[in-house]
Ligand binder design. Structure first.
Ligand SMILES: CC(C)(COP(=O)(O)OP(=O)(O)OC[C@H]1O[C@@H](n2cnc3c(N)ncnc32)[C@H](O)[C@@H]1OP(=O)(O)O)[C@@H](O)C(=O)NCCC(=O)NCCS
Length: 148
Protein backbone atom coordinates (compact mmCIF):
# COMPACT_ATOMS: atom_id res chain seq x y z
CA UNK A 1 0.00 0.00 0.00
CA UNK A 2 1.27 3.52 -0.78
CA UNK A 3 1.84 5.99 2.03
CA UNK A 4 -1.49 7.16 3.37
CA UNK A 5 -2.52 10.67 2.38
CA UNK A 6 -0.12 11.07 -0.55
CA UNK A 7 -2.61 10.05 -3.24
CA UNK A 8 -5.17 12.63 -4.37
CA UNK A 9 -8.00 12.54 -6.90
CA UNK A 10 -7.14 14.35 -10.14
CA UNK A 11 -9.69 16.41 -12.09
CA UNK A 12 -9.40 17.81 -15.62
CA UNK A 13 -7.41 20.71 -14.15
CA UNK A 14 -4.66 18.21 -13.32
CA UNK A 15 -4.25 17.07 -16.94
CA UNK A 16 -0.87 18.86 -17.33
CA UNK A 17 0.45 17.19 -14.16
CA UNK A 18 -0.70 13.77 -15.38
CA UNK A 19 0.97 14.40 -18.75
CA UNK A 20 4.25 15.47 -17.12
CA UNK A 21 4.48 12.20 -15.18
CA UNK A 22 3.55 10.22 -18.29
CA UNK A 23 6.29 11.97 -20.28
CA UNK A 24 8.84 11.07 -17.62
CA UNK A 25 7.76 7.43 -17.50
CA UNK A 26 7.23 6.51 -21.17
CA UNK A 27 9.56 6.76 -24.17
CA UNK A 28 9.18 9.77 -26.50
CA UNK A 29 6.17 9.25 -28.75
CA UNK A 30 4.40 6.88 -26.36
CA UNK A 31 3.37 9.44 -23.74
CA UNK A 32 -0.07 11.10 -23.72
CA UNK A 33 -0.15 14.90 -23.64
CA UNK A 34 -2.35 17.18 -21.52
CA UNK A 35 -4.97 17.48 -24.27
CA UNK A 36 -5.28 13.70 -24.42
CA UNK A 37 -5.61 13.44 -20.63
CA UNK A 38 -8.22 16.21 -20.61
CA UNK A 39 -10.26 14.39 -23.23
CA UNK A 40 -10.00 11.06 -21.39
CA UNK A 41 -11.01 12.64 -18.07
CA UNK A 42 -14.14 14.13 -19.63
CA UNK A 43 -15.44 10.71 -20.67
CA UNK A 44 -18.29 9.34 -18.54
CA UNK A 45 -17.02 7.27 -15.62
CA UNK A 46 -13.38 8.39 -15.96
CA UNK A 47 -11.26 9.15 -12.89
CA UNK A 48 -7.59 9.61 -12.05
CA UNK A 49 -5.32 9.75 -9.02
CA UNK A 50 -1.99 11.47 -8.52
CA UNK A 51 0.78 10.58 -6.09
CA UNK A 52 2.87 13.62 -5.17
CA UNK A 53 6.05 11.53 -5.34
CA UNK A 54 5.56 11.23 -9.12
CA UNK A 55 2.88 8.73 -10.05
CA UNK A 56 -0.50 8.73 -11.77
CA UNK A 57 -3.29 6.37 -12.76
CA UNK A 58 -6.23 6.91 -15.13
CA UNK A 59 -9.17 4.52 -15.11
CA UNK A 60 -12.79 4.29 -16.10
CA UNK A 61 -15.94 2.44 -15.08
CA UNK A 62 -18.75 1.80 -17.54
CA UNK A 63 -21.55 -0.73 -17.44
CA UNK A 64 -20.30 -2.44 -14.29
CA UNK A 65 -16.81 -3.00 -15.70
CA UNK A 66 -13.68 -1.07 -14.92
CA UNK A 67 -10.61 -0.47 -17.05
CA UNK A 68 -7.18 0.83 -16.13
CA UNK A 69 -6.34 3.11 -19.06
CA UNK A 70 -2.82 4.04 -18.05
CA UNK A 71 -0.49 3.98 -15.06
CA UNK A 72 2.92 5.62 -14.79
CA UNK A 73 5.55 6.35 -12.16
CA UNK A 74 8.51 8.65 -12.85
CA UNK A 75 11.84 6.78 -12.79
CA UNK A 76 13.05 8.56 -9.63
CA UNK A 77 9.99 7.38 -7.69
CA UNK A 78 10.01 3.70 -8.66
CA UNK A 79 10.12 0.69 -6.34
CA UNK A 80 8.64 2.68 -3.48
CA UNK A 81 5.17 1.19 -3.74
CA UNK A 82 3.77 4.24 -5.57
CA UNK A 83 2.16 2.22 -8.38
CA UNK A 84 0.74 -0.38 -6.00
CA UNK A 85 -0.83 2.37 -3.88
CA UNK A 86 -2.33 4.08 -6.92
CA UNK A 87 -3.67 0.80 -8.27
CA UNK A 88 -5.26 -0.18 -4.97
CA UNK A 89 -6.86 3.26 -4.71
CA UNK A 90 -8.20 3.01 -8.26
CA UNK A 91 -9.58 -0.50 -7.67
CA UNK A 92 -11.41 0.71 -4.57
CA UNK A 93 -12.82 3.63 -6.53
CA UNK A 94 -13.91 1.32 -9.36
CA UNK A 95 -15.74 -0.92 -6.88
CA UNK A 96 -17.41 2.10 -5.29
CA UNK A 97 -18.62 3.05 -8.78
CA UNK A 98 -20.17 -0.39 -9.29
CA UNK A 99 -17.44 -2.35 -11.07
CA UNK A 100 -17.39 -6.10 -10.39
CA UNK A 101 -14.27 -6.58 -12.49
CA UNK A 102 -11.45 -4.42 -13.84
CA UNK A 103 -9.51 -5.07 -17.06
CA UNK A 104 -6.27 -3.76 -18.51
CA UNK A 105 -3.81 -4.40 -21.31
CA UNK A 106 -0.08 -4.53 -20.70
CA UNK A 107 2.90 -5.23 -22.92
CA UNK A 108 3.65 -8.95 -22.82
CA UNK A 109 7.30 -8.18 -22.06
CA UNK A 110 6.64 -5.51 -19.40
CA UNK A 111 7.75 -7.62 -16.45
CA UNK A 112 7.65 -4.72 -13.96
CA UNK A 113 4.01 -3.95 -14.71
CA UNK A 114 2.95 -7.60 -14.96
CA UNK A 115 4.55 -8.30 -11.57
CA UNK A 116 2.73 -5.34 -10.09
CA UNK A 117 -0.64 -6.40 -11.50
CA UNK A 118 -0.25 -10.04 -10.48
CA UNK A 119 0.70 -8.88 -7.00
CA UNK A 120 -2.63 -7.14 -6.49
CA UNK A 121 -4.64 -10.05 -7.90
CA UNK A 122 -4.92 -9.53 -11.65
CA UNK A 123 -4.77 -12.67 -13.78
CA UNK A 124 -4.11 -13.09 -17.51
CA UNK A 125 -7.32 -13.71 -19.47
CA UNK A 126 -6.20 -13.11 -23.04
CA UNK A 127 -3.52 -12.01 -25.47
CA UNK A 128 -3.68 -9.52 -28.36
CA UNK A 129 -1.03 -10.14 -31.00
CA UNK A 130 0.90 -7.09 -32.27
CA UNK A 131 -1.25 -4.73 -30.21
CA UNK A 132 1.30 -1.95 -29.79
CA UNK A 133 2.90 0.33 -32.39
CA UNK A 134 6.27 -1.41 -32.00
CA UNK A 135 4.69 -4.80 -32.74
CA UNK A 136 4.71 -6.08 -29.15
CA UNK A 137 1.83 -8.30 -28.05
CA UNK A 138 -0.46 -7.19 -25.22
CA UNK A 139 -1.78 -9.48 -22.53
CA UNK A 140 -5.25 -8.75 -21.19
CA UNK A 141 -5.55 -9.02 -17.41
CA UNK A 142 -8.61 -9.10 -15.17
CA UNK A 143 -9.16 -8.34 -11.50
CA UNK A 144 -12.44 -9.36 -9.88
CA UNK A 145 -14.27 -8.43 -6.73
CA UNK A 146 -14.00 -11.49 -4.50
CA UNK A 147 -17.30 -12.93 -3.40
CA UNK A 148 -17.19 -13.99 0.27
C1 LIG B 1 5.34 -0.36 -13.97
C2 LIG B 1 5.48 0.85 -13.03
C3 LIG B 1 4.18 1.63 -13.06
C4 LIG B 1 5.76 0.33 -11.60
O1 LIG B 1 5.77 1.46 -10.73
P1 LIG B 1 6.45 1.39 -9.26
O2 LIG B 1 5.87 2.50 -8.46
O3 LIG B 1 7.91 1.33 -9.39
O4 LIG B 1 5.91 0.00 -8.71
P2 LIG B 1 5.81 -0.42 -7.16
O5 LIG B 1 6.97 0.16 -6.41
O6 LIG B 1 4.45 -0.10 -6.65
O7 LIG B 1 6.02 -1.99 -7.28
C5 LIG B 1 5.02 -2.90 -6.95
C6 LIG B 1 5.43 -4.29 -7.41
O8 LIG B 1 5.52 -4.33 -8.84
C7 LIG B 1 6.61 -5.19 -9.24
N1 LIG B 1 7.66 -4.40 -9.89
C8 LIG B 1 7.72 -3.05 -10.00
N2 LIG B 1 8.81 -2.68 -10.70
C9 LIG B 1 9.46 -3.81 -11.04
C10 LIG B 1 10.63 -4.08 -11.77
N3 LIG B 1 11.38 -3.08 -12.29
N4 LIG B 1 11.00 -5.37 -11.95
C11 LIG B 1 10.25 -6.37 -11.46
N5 LIG B 1 9.12 -6.18 -10.72
C12 LIG B 1 8.72 -4.91 -10.53
C13 LIG B 1 7.15 -5.79 -7.96
O9 LIG B 1 6.39 -6.96 -7.71
C14 LIG B 1 6.81 -4.71 -6.95
O10 LIG B 1 6.73 -5.18 -5.63
P3 LIG B 1 8.08 -5.14 -4.70
O11 LIG B 1 8.70 -3.79 -4.89
O12 LIG B 1 7.52 -5.36 -3.34
O13 LIG B 1 8.93 -6.24 -5.25
C15 LIG B 1 6.68 1.74 -13.46
O14 LIG B 1 7.84 0.94 -13.61
C16 LIG B 1 6.45 2.52 -14.76
O15 LIG B 1 5.90 3.62 -14.75
N6 LIG B 1 6.89 1.94 -15.90
C17 LIG B 1 6.74 2.60 -17.21
C18 LIG B 1 5.27 2.74 -17.61
C19 LIG B 1 4.52 1.42 -17.56
O16 LIG B 1 5.05 0.38 -17.94
N7 LIG B 1 3.25 1.49 -17.10
C20 LIG B 1 2.40 0.31 -16.94
C21 LIG B 1 1.89 -0.23 -18.21
S1 LIG B 1 0.63 0.77 -18.94
Amino acid sequence: MGEAGVVVAASVAAAPALAAIHAAAFPPGAAWDAVAFGAQLRLPGAFAFLDARGGMILARVAGGEGEVLTLAVAPAARRLGVARGLLERALAEAVSRGAASVFLEVGAGNQAARGLYEGVGFGVVGRRARYYADGEDAVVMRWGVSVP
